[in-house]
Design a protein around this ligand. Structure first.
Ligand code: ATP
Length: 360
């Protein structure tokens, strides 16, 4: 492990910011730390950087306990949410500054500045001042400055949140390329699930100061461990269902009895919630028999939104819930009666929000 956090807890006075946070980064890995505002991401970054001494728990870098050590002894490169470039220094001087503070031999500094400006595609802008660069270029200078001292870990704290959508996508690709080319172990901190999914090899999802899921992005998306992960990582519909049997778990949903390979171990009669993503629901004409064993509900179309590459259709179904359905063509009209079918093998069943199991 290059970086390992073990049971981190931090209090700001009475405020418990993080509790029992443990995860690690393997060499060369790009890990995404994802969670809503206020869940404790910045506190974790500060503990890794050495700006915050956690109330409890330990931080290891390459196996060495650095919890009590000051920031300058840690080989951690950080790009913060807001620009920290010195406006009175040129691009080259800004990048070199990170090398001075890391005691890099002065003879090597010039070559390293060149190398890293080239890596971020800014080799021609060495003499420019930050004010002469675009927002995206300034971010790339900061990446070069963080990378030039060859840190053990690169931490990117909400690196794209101040940029517009188009630039965010572009720079996201650049970060992925630079990480691949340098192989630097990287932690990307973000509240943007699309950004996290697109970039990360693995994701740590946080909520209210705690880690609530750690896995590959696709696995967390398809098999969310909690309702929070299901709804935070993309869009999710929740429908109540009644358990009619266990081992294997079966529930009645949409007038059909549906069996699952796996699920919470709860007695018959328990109400569970079944989560399904909008892309795993299909719309059919009413009163047409939908083949197979997938749950089918009838309902009325309440809302149709054309969002470009798809339509978002909201259907009020017989359970009293509203179901969001994605469809790529021929959307129904508001007021139409429809049948909606849930892909049974894409439904995740949760027991009152505390435990879950996937159905694959
Ligand atoms: P954001 O994305 O909004 O920056 P975050 O996920 O980074 O949020 P933190 O900034 O780590 O979360 O904050 C976690 C909790 O700790 C929040 O409830 C916050 O109000 C609290 N907190 C953070 N810094 C301090 C501080 N200096 N003093 C008191 N409470 C703080």
């Amino acid at each position: 492990m290059i970086l390992e956090l073990e049971g981190l807890r931090h209090r700001y006075g009475e405020e418990l910011a993080i509790e029992d946070v443990s995860f690690g980064l393997e060499e060369g890995e790009l890990l995404g730390l994802l969670g809503p505002s206020g869940c404790g991401k910045t506190t974790i970054v500060q503990a890794i950087a050495g700006h915050v001494r956690p109330t409890a728990g330990r931080v290891f870098l390459r196996g060495r306990d650095v919890t009590g050590e000051p920031p300058e002894t840690r080989r951690v490169g950080i790009v913060f949410q807001r620009s920290t470039l010195y406006p009175h220094m040129t691009v080259g001087e800004n990048v070199a500054y990170g090398l001075v503070s890391r005691d890099v031999d002065p003879d090597r500094r010039g070559a390293l500045v060149e190398e890293y400006l080239e890596l971020v595609d800014l080799h021609g802008r060495r003499e420019a001042y930050p004010s002469e660069l675009s927002g995206g270029q300034r971010r790339r200078v900061e990446l070069a400055r963080a990378l030039a001292p060859r840190p053990d870990v690169l931490v990117l704290d909400e690196p794209l949140s101040a940029l517009d959508r188009r630039l965010r996508r572009q720079l996201r690709g650049e970060i992925a390329r630079i990480q691949r080319e340098t192989g630097v172990t990287t932690l990307v901190v973000t509240h943007d699930q699309e950004e996290a999914m697109a970039l990360a090899d693995r994701l740590v999802v946080m909520n209210a100061g705690r880690v609530v899921g750690v896995d590959r992005p696709r696995t967390l998306y398809e098999s969310p461990p909690t309702p929070f992960v299901a709804s935070f990582l993309g869009r999710s519909n929740a429908l109540p269902a009644t358990v009619v049997g266990r081992h294997p778990l079966s529930v009645t949903l949409g007038g059909r009895e549906v069996a699952f390979d796996d699920g919470p171990d709860v007695p018959a009669g328990t109400t569970v919630s079944c989560h399904v993503r909008p892309e795993d629901v299909s719309i059919h004409p009413p009163h047409v028999a939908v083949p197979g064993t997938d749950p089918v509900l009838s309902g009325e179309v309440r809302h149709v939104e054309d969002v470009g590459r798809r339509y978002d259709v909201t259907v009020a179904v017989e359970t009293g819930d509203e179901l969001l359905v994605e469809t790529s063509s021929d959307p129904p009209a508001v007021g139409d009666r429809v049948a909606v079918a849930l892909s049974g093998d894409r439904v995740t069943v949760f027991d009152d929000g505390s435990s879950a199991a996937e159905t694959s």
